[in-house]
Design a protein around this ligand. Structure first.
Ligand SMILES: [Zn+2]
Length: 464
């Protein structure tokens, strides 16, 4: 009865995968590397060899599978330990670290909300290099300002339109008018009934926020409502813009139900009771029913720090994009790598630096190209992909979209019309084959990498 389009596992660790190529490092030379164990903020951990790292994050190979993590996705202490080991490896020992190294470690710790570690590293930085005092002061100033800004957002009253217990949409004149279409009106009413059932089952503190395109049931506190609303609508605008849709209309059967919780237990309860899904290893999912076009999103925000909020925002935009794509042109489900890659692309577009997707995609793609790891299996598949493959899918989708946005529109339209990937690709991109796509993508990644290392070398890069 139900088909699940996407059960997004926790941003972190997928275990099984058929990545069977060798990980021989190019160039034949010996590469100094180390084994590290990292812990993700969503509760996973992974041990493996580091094959690449930069300001954004690191690539670890475990059991022949490459995983990319942004530093920000890791538990502060574990990111700091890994970065420190890598710096020591590069310099030839802990005692060889200079003031700048300690400064960088302190800055990473601050980014990850570990002021305790930052204080110790900054002290070592200024002990070794007194002239770093100004930069240390500036780093603290920036950190304190970000905490202040976060507080200000919390204190900001929400402009959300609320439906309190017992009210229905029709009794509230401030709500958007129902669509004329009888079906839409019926679906809308059935969603309100469904939401009420969720409240009865899970708790009456769950409130309904209604936006132009979404019915958001949430137990978030009121000061956070505005952000929830803005994220959903910003995502909607972005996808409408991509596909030339009228943003004032609604692509959904009526409006898209979103269930946003602040506790994992309640999120899991919802997943189990209403979607028959465990939800244990997940922080959000989209439930899409191909037959009748229904789609809803369920999501949890664990934690309240700036990093937790950023991660939540990325997941919300990602899942919301799946919901819109499910409704785009037809309710046909599209191949997973295109779907996941595009959801990551929209997250990055809507959220910019708050989202780790772009940095992850670029870092992992350069290793796929550098070591000639294959992607043909991914490109030819239409079934579910693992979370650790999302950055690669993102990179390929970004390449296709960047080639020609109109062709990309035709490509997705072809998939929604039921064509397989080679057919849709050939039709949209003047006969392009999967092999042609892979070759083009590798050349594109190489070109971007060359462009990046050129003008930026020697320059200071901002990593947050
Ligand atoms: Zn997804």
């Amino acid at each position: 009865m139900i088909s699940l389009l996407s059960l997004r596992a926790a941003r972190g660790l997928a275990l099984a995968m058929s990545f069977s190529c060798g990980l021989a490092l190019a160039g034949g030379g010996e590469q100094k590397t180390i084994s590290v164990t990292v812990e993700t903020r969503t509760g996973g951990s992974l041990t493996g060899l580091v094959v690449d790292h930069n300001d954004h994050g690191l690539v670890i190979v475990s059991e022949r599978v490459p995983y990319v993590f942004a530093w920000r996705e890791l538990v502060g202490g574990s990111a700091y330990q890994a970065k420190k080991q890598l710096l020591e490896l590069g310099k030839g020992g802990a005692s060889k670290l200079g003031g700048l190294d300690h400064f960088e470690l302190g800055r990473l710790a601050l980014d990850l909300d570990r002021a305790d570690i930052a204080a110790a590293e900054f002290r070592m930085a200024t002990d070794r290099k007194g002239s770093l005092r100004k930069r240390v002061d500036a780093a603290w100033k920036k950190y304190n300002a970000s905490i202040q800004a976060r507080r200000a957002v919390k204190d900001h009253a929400s402009g959300a339109k609320l439906l309190s217990s017992g009210e229905t949409a029709n009794q509230d004149g401030t709500l958007a008018a129902l669509p004329d279409d009888d079906v839409r009106a019926k679906v809308y009413q059935s969603y309100l009934t469904f939401g009420e059932k969720v409240r009865e089952t899970l708790g009456k503190d769950i409130q309904l926020l209604e936006t132009d395109h979404f019915l958001i049931w949430t137990d978030w506190r009121k000061p956070d409502h505005a952000e929830l609303i803005e994220l959903c609508e910003a995502m909607y605008r972005s996808v409408c813009d991509q596909f030339g849709l009228d943003v004032t209309g609604s692509i959904f059967l009526s409006k898209c139900p979103v269930f946003s919780f602040q506790k994992k237990a309640r999120f899991q309860q919802f997943a189990q009771k209403f979607d028959g899904y465990g939800g244990k290893d997940s922080v959000g999912y989209t439930r899409s029913i191909e037959k009748n076009g229904h789609v809803h999103v369920a999501i949890v925000r664990q934690g309240d720090s700036a990093l937790d909020r950023d991660r939540f925002a990325c997941t919300l935009v990602h899942e919301g994009t799946h919901a819109v794509i499910h409704r785009l042109f037809s309710s046909t489900l599209i191949p997973h790598w295109v779907n996941e890659g595009y959801a990551e692309l929209v997250s990055q577009r809507v959220l910019g630096d708050r989202c780790v997707a772009l940095g992850n995609a670029e870092l992992l793609a350069r290793d796929y190209v550098r070591y000639d790891w294959p992607i043909r299996g991914l490109l030819g598949s239409s079934g579910p992909i693992e979370v650790h493959q999302y950055p690669t899918a993102h990179s390929v989708v970004a390449h296709l979209e960047g080639l020609d946005a109109m062709k990309f529109r035709v490509f997705v339209g072809g998939l929604k019309a039921g064509n397989d990937i080679p057919t849709a690709l050939g039709l949209a991109y003047d006969g392009m084959t999967l092999a042609g796509l892979e070759d083009g993508w590798r050349a594109w990644v190489r070109g971007r990498e060359a462009g990046r290392s050129g003008p930026r070398s020697g320059g200071k890069t901002a990593d947050n």
